[in-house]
Design a binder for this molecule. Structure first.
Ligand SMILES: [Zn+2]
Ligand SMILES: [Zn+2]
Length: 438
């Protein structure tokens, strides 16, 4: 029954990774039209939400007919649902609705802001305009005397309203407008959010030693090809027998292969870790002396999802308090469009993670994107370090880091708050914190 309920709830939503793929195709055909002035993705995709309803493309032109034709000539349209001067809607062959809205070049900035949303953020900004007896909507911004103000770009809208420009990812009305007002007062800009180019490596990747599809060597080679400075393998632990979890014996054999690879890839720091199941009683999956041999431990829940809230909290707290736990893997356990987070006291557990200096994972797998970005403010208040990890089970899976970066930006994180942007020495030192505690 729960499954049916979820199916209904999630109907019409799509994983962002899938939607990006579709939107790129449609945006390209709009951008390639000779009629286009400007074109951009708007909506929840631009806000880097973890799931997407429809794709919104906004374009400006003086020749709507030609632009619409270019849009409708995109490959992979299942059905044209509506067609009009300013709005055209199609259903892609992937089953995702794609809206094209056409505005004049003068309207582009205010329309982009409007169609990016969120609705709550927009309401807040319109309220701010109204306080000045101004008017803001998708067509423009007018002062008290009804004069249209110049809005050549989004920045200018914010500036008129005495706000620092707010990155689209953060426009959810979760305090960003107040913060932008404060920054404007101090003549400061919004801090630069983390970017993909700043990532120097990652942890938590699988290989054929457990349930990965690529060998450790192939994964390491790909990390080296990407120009990364460090790479951390972390296969499943012994209790995860369904996923080929490693026995103590296999763990040591794996180390022998890593020692070999370290010689072959002298420019890459290869870190030997494990994704240890958090057992029902909260202990990790190997004796301490075995854990002590590893460079890092990702502690994750893979079973007993439906424990009572207090029990689940106690269980995870115990794991986070282990001196061997370096990273808290996919903290909420949610699977997007499939499974909710487990019942637990997240507020408390984040405090424990901060106290124990555990790195909290932002699992970048498109089905997870976990920790939930909604914890971003709390994470920053507690000074928690976030690690963006792809949980890759193949070479292509390493690309998922990009989705994680999108969510990290949505959390408002700068590079210094994301461990895997750090310099190698600093990074390795950070991972060793747990050893010093032990
Ligand atoms: Zn896992
Ligand atoms: Zn994993």
């Amino acid at each position: 029954m729960k499954g049916i309920k979820n199916l209904r709830r999630f109907a019409g939503r799509n994983l962002t990774a899938k939607a990006i793929h579709v939107s790129d195709r449609f945006l390209a055909s709009v951008k390639n039209s000779k009629a286009v002035d400007e074109a951009q993705i708007a909506g929840s995709l631009r806000r880097s939400r973890e799931t997407i309803g429809d794709i919104d493309i906004l374009a400006s032109t003086d020749d709507p007919t030609t632009l619409r034709k270019a849009f409708l000539a995109t490959a992979g349209i299942r059905e044209v649902e509506s067609e009009g001067e300013t709005k055209t809607r199609v259903l892609s062959e992937e089953g995702i609705g794609v809206d094209l809205r056409i505005v004049t070049p003068e309207q582009f900035a205010t329309a982009l802001h409007h169609f990016t949303g969120s609705r709550e953020h927009n309401t807040h900004l319109r309220q701010r305009a109204r306080e000045r007896s101004w008017k803001l909507n998708e067509y423009g911004l007018w002062d008290a005397a009804d004069n249209a103000l110049e809005t050549p770009d989004e920045e200018s809208i914010f500036e008129h309203l005495e706000l620092a420009w707010i990155p689209p990812e953060m426009r959810e009305d979760l305090g960003e407008v107040e913060r932008a007002a404060q920054l404007f007062q101090q003549q400061e800009e919004w801090p630069e959010l983390v970017e993909l180019e700043q990532i120097r490596g990652t942890l938590h990747c699988h290989s054929t030693w457990s349930d990965g599809k690529a060998s450790l060597r192939e994964m390491v080679q790909s990390a080296a090809d990407r120009g990364w400075k460090y790479y951390g393998t972390a296969d499943h632990s012994r209790t995860a027998s369904y996923a080929g979890g490693l026995s103590i014996e296999q763990l040591r054999q794996q180390r022998a292969e890593i020692d070999q690879l370290r010689q072959e890839f002298p420019d890459l720091i290869i870190l030997h870790g494990i994704e240890s199941d958090i057992l029902s009683d909260g202990s990790l999956d190997y004796p301490d002396d075995v854990l002590a041999e590893l460079d890092y431990v990702v502690a994750s829940v893979h079973s007993n999802f439906s424990l009572a809230k207090q029990q689940q909290t106690d269980r995870i707290e115990k794991a986070l308090r282990s001196p061997y736990t370096t990273v808290w893997g996919h903290p909420t356990g949610r699977l997007l469009l499939q499974r909710e987070a487990y019942e637990m006291d997240m507020t408390h557990l984040l405090e424990v993670a901060a106290e124990e200096q555990v790195i909290v994972e932002l699992n970048a797998n498109p089905h997870r994107l976990d920790i939930d970005w909604r914890w971003g403010v709390r994470v920053q208040e507690l000074g928690i370090d976030i690690g963006i990890h792809p949980d890759a089970h193949s070479v292509a899976g390493l690309d998922d880091i990009e989705h994680g970066v999108g969510i990290a930006r949505k959390m408002g994180l700068t590079a210094s708050q994301v461990t895997n942007t750090w310099k190698p020495e600093q990074y390795v030192e950070r991972l060793a914190v747990h050893r010093l505690k032990a």
